[in-house]
Design a protein around this ligand. Structure first.
Ligand SMILES: Nc1ncnc2c1ncn2[C@@H]1O[C@H](COP(=O)(O)OP(=O)(O)O)[C@@H](O)[C@H]1O
Ligand SMILES: [Mg+2]
Length: 402
């Protein structure tokens, strides 16, 4: 910035305007002038000044009303206002300060005094802005830290659980398959026995019928394969969950290799094709000649599957998913945007939590984004989300080049 700052002076007295603006311009400020409150509001809406010197007695709209309007507007409420007025009673000063003025100078004013006060309040304003920015950064960092801490401690726990579940679930899975095979043989045998008795010992056929009814043999022959099928489905699902947990909790043995990110995205799209074809349009924008980066390509594919899967789930009928990949300073930026149902603000802070889901049982396990977050962290990258209900969601990922 070349000038010391933009100052807006409002006074209906030409002489005051001239004296003040000459003095402030000499000091290096960029000066705007207004002769009444309406002009102030107009000037502020065109370009926001950093500070306003506001006369109280003005035609059309006086200083108090102008101050009120400025403070009511979210875009202008933070501009410091210094009142300059011939009204010397304490009540006017109190009113002006209560309305949000930062200072009150009485006319006839001393040029030197105005100069120092403007300078001080501008400095204060800038320091406040700086502080607000720093505070914001700290808050963001804190959220990130809490998230990583949570992930780290959970990771250890989850790795243990996944390991412990893995063995027993393998028994169940292997056991149920052999159980089904054995049962099918048994069923054949039972049916053969019944048939043989019918043919060769018709005199005990009634007795046999009784036994069949007493033990509900027909019904059981029907129900057992169904139950076994359910158990098998459960075991498969548990295996998938364990696989997801392991991906989430520890880096796989896959080595870091140089790879083209767009290949991971293409693989993800291929695997998900059934879920979006004929329904959702995929718009891709890949920068030409992208440099390969050192990464875990398999894990990144998993991360993209999770993100794109969510985007597909978020679009109830027809829609568009936009995927953009481009080189940015020090790495690669990937954005995945959908025009689906979006998320309210209060949801955003929870989506990376393991097992957080808004989906019906069976539709979502709530691990997708937790896993994705872990994978991006393992790459020293970062992931950000912005979303609006009924408009859509945007995930932005940054991956460093090495
Ligand atoms: N693109 C998106 N649009 C709307 N909501 C989303 C999107 N991505 C994630 N979410 C929300 O975040 C939650 C967690 O996502 P995730 O961890 O992948 O688990 P899951 O998909 O199994 O529910 C989802 O249930 C959903 O509410
Ligand atoms: Mg998901």
């Amino acid at each position: 910035m070349n000038s010391q700052g933009i100052v807006l002076i409002a006074d209906d007295n030409e002489n005051n305007l001239r004296v003040l603006s000459t003095m402030l311009r000499t000091e290096g400020y960029e000066v705007r002038v207004a002769k009444n409150g309406e002009q102030v509001l107009k000037s502020v809406s065109l370009e926001k000044p950093e500070i306003i010197l506001l006369d109280i007695h003005m035609p059309v709209m006086d200083g108090f009303e102008t101050c009120k309007r400025l403070k009511d507007d979210i875009n202008s409420r933070d501009i410091p206002i210094i009142f300059i007025s011939a009204l010397t009673e304490t009540s006017s000063k109190v009113k002006a300060l209560e309305m949000g003025g930062v200072d009150y100078i009485t006319k006839p004013f001393q040029v030197e005094e105005v100069k120092v006060r403007v300078h001080t309040h501008l400095l204060l304003r800038r320091k406040t802005l700086e502080l607000e920015l720093t505070l914001n950064n700290i808050k963001q960092l804190q959220t990130k830290l809490i998230q990583s801490e949570k992930m780290a401690s959970l990771g250890v726990l989850v790795a243990g659980i996944a390991h412990e579940i893995n063995n027993p679930i393998n028994f169940v899975y292997a056991g149920i398959n052999s159980l089904i095979k054995n049962f099918m043989e048994l069923e054949k045998g039972i049916k053969e026995v019944i048939e043989w008795v019918r043919q060769n010992k018709p005199e005990v056929a009634d007795e046999l019928e009784n036994i069949r009814e007493n033990y509900a043999i027909n019904k059981r022959l029907e129900v057992i394969p169904q139950l076994a099928g359910d158990i098998k489905t459960g075991a498969i699902r548990t295996t998938e969950i364990v696989k997801g947990l392991r991906l989430f909790s520890r880096s796989e043995n896959e080595p870091k290799t140089k790879a083209d990110i767009t290949e991971s995205i293409e693989t993800a799209l291929l695997l998900l094709k059934n879920r979006y074809k004929n329904r959702i349009q995929i718009e891709k924008q890949y920068q030409q000649n992208l440099k390969p980066i050192r990464c875990y390509p398999g894990q990144l594919t998993q991360a993209f599957i999770n993100l794109i899967h969510n985007a597909i789930d978020a679009i109830p009928d027809k829609g568009i998913i936009q995927i953009e990949v481009r080189e940015t300073e020090g790495g690669i930026s990937i954005s995945i945007a959908d025009d689906g149902i979006g998320m309210p603000a209060e949801l955003l802070s929870r989506i990376y939590d393991p097992f957080f889901t808004t989906k019906a049982v069976g539709d979502g396990m709530g691990m997708g984004l937790a896993i994705t977050h872990g994978i991006i962290e393992r790459h020293m990258g970062n992931i950000q989300v912005s979303s609006e209900v009924n408009k859509g969601t945007l995930f932005e990922i940054f991956l460093p080049a090495n």
